[in-house]
Design a protein around this ligand. Structure first.
Ligand code: TRP
Length: 331
């Protein structure tokens, strides 16, 4: 059976972008593949969270993985820092990751531009740690959003470079994967790009948001003053609302508002009300389960321990072989 690895950086509550971009793929894949889904807490250290925030964020993501429907009996769910073998492989891969290629990574350049006061080595080698996450389990499929494709290419580069250096056909090549024909992009509510936590307050709808919070955020979403001619192309902020509606509403609902827009009869207030209600309905089962699991410390501990054991079993096998290949030998 093919192996699948993916993770989400633990920076707090998950939003609709994480759900429709990644989690839904995780949930479908767990029935068909040997899946490892982890919480990337080591990656979250690049922004220096406090110990309390770090732990709270990991716990929240674990709760939301489970609430969204990842089954710990089917997939291996684990916390990245519970598997120290990953950091060992990261060190080995770092010896063959070149400064030039790391500096050229789009995500690195974006981070440098956004936070010029915190350009640390962990940020530079983020793709190396991500490659270690993936190839430690010899994964071939990685369900991720479109923005991660360059990182996947780097993971292939690092794995292949190891294979060539030691003249060993050891790590297979991992590829980005998505059910459905294209990798989905979920826009935010600010009228600009994708939904994200760092794009500002009110831009993201979280799985744990109350219905009231969802209504409030959607009603405040950016819109224009309306179409002035029939069948006018939609500006980005309006297209974004339609894109969101496409994900949570029925095709009939989308068609209704599309027609209203084309006839210049649209009332954005009505569209937003409908969008908010459909978002509330789409997330209701997850919200209920979040509330049910959140206080079950015993269950969370059991899931995390079981996942760490299974992940370490797989990771330590790889590390044993990698050490042998590299030439670490016993006297
Ligand atoms: N970089 C990914 C993101 O920001 C998170 C991640 C870290 C990841 N390691 C991974 C995803 C390994 C897939 C596989 O979304």
């Amino acid at each position: 059976m093919e192996t699948v690895v993916s993770g989400i950086r633990s920076t707090g509550n998950l939003h609709l972008g994480n759900y429709y971009g990644a989690l839904q793929n995780f949930i479908k894949m767990q029935h068909e593949y040997n899946c490892f889904f982890f919480i990337a807490d080591l990656h979250s250290l690049t922004t220096h969270p406090t110990p309390a925030d770090l732990h709270g964020n990991v716990k929240q993501v674990l709760i939301e993985y489970l609430a969204a429907g990842i089954d710990p009996e089917k997939a291996t769910i684990y916390v990245q820092s519970d598997v120290p073998e990953v950091t060992e492989l990261y060190l080995y891969l770092n010896m063959n990751a070149y400064l030039g290629e790391l500096e050229r990574a789009t995500s690195f350049k974006d981070k440098v531009r956004a936070n010029p006061e915190n350009v640390n080595a962990g940020l530079l080698t983020y793709p190396v740690l991500m490659a270690a996450d993936i190839i430690i389990h010899k994964a071939v499929k990685v369900p991720v959003g479109k923005d991660q494709e360059q990182h996947l290419e780097m993971a292939r580069t690092f794995g292949n470079r190891f294979n060539r250096l030691y003249n060993h056909d050891y790590f297979p090549e991992p590829y980005a994967f998505s059910f459905g024909e294209s990798l989905v992009k979920i826009p935010g509510l600010d009228g600009k790009g994708k939904m994200g936590k760092s794009e500002g307050e009110g831009n993201a709808i979280f799985l744990s948001d109350t219905p009231e919070a969802i209504r409030k955020k959607v009603m405040r979403a950016v819109t224009d003053s309306g179409p002035t001619v029939e069948n006018q192309p939609k500006p980005q902020e309006i297209q974004n609302l339609f894109d969101l509606m496409n994900v949570v509403s029925t095709p009939d609902t989308v068609a209704h508002f599309d027609e209203a827009y084309n006839k210049m009869a649209i009332r954005y207030g009505d569209l937003k009300k409908q969008l908010a209600e459909d978002m509330i309905q789409a997330t209701a089962p997850i919200r209920d389960r979040i509330n049910a699991i959140a206080n079950d410390a015993g269950y969370l501990r059991k899931v995390a321990e079981m996942g760490a054991d299974k992940a370490r079993e797989s990771a330590s096998r790889t590390i044993r072989e990698v050490r042998e290949i590299i030439g670490f030998r016993k006297f």
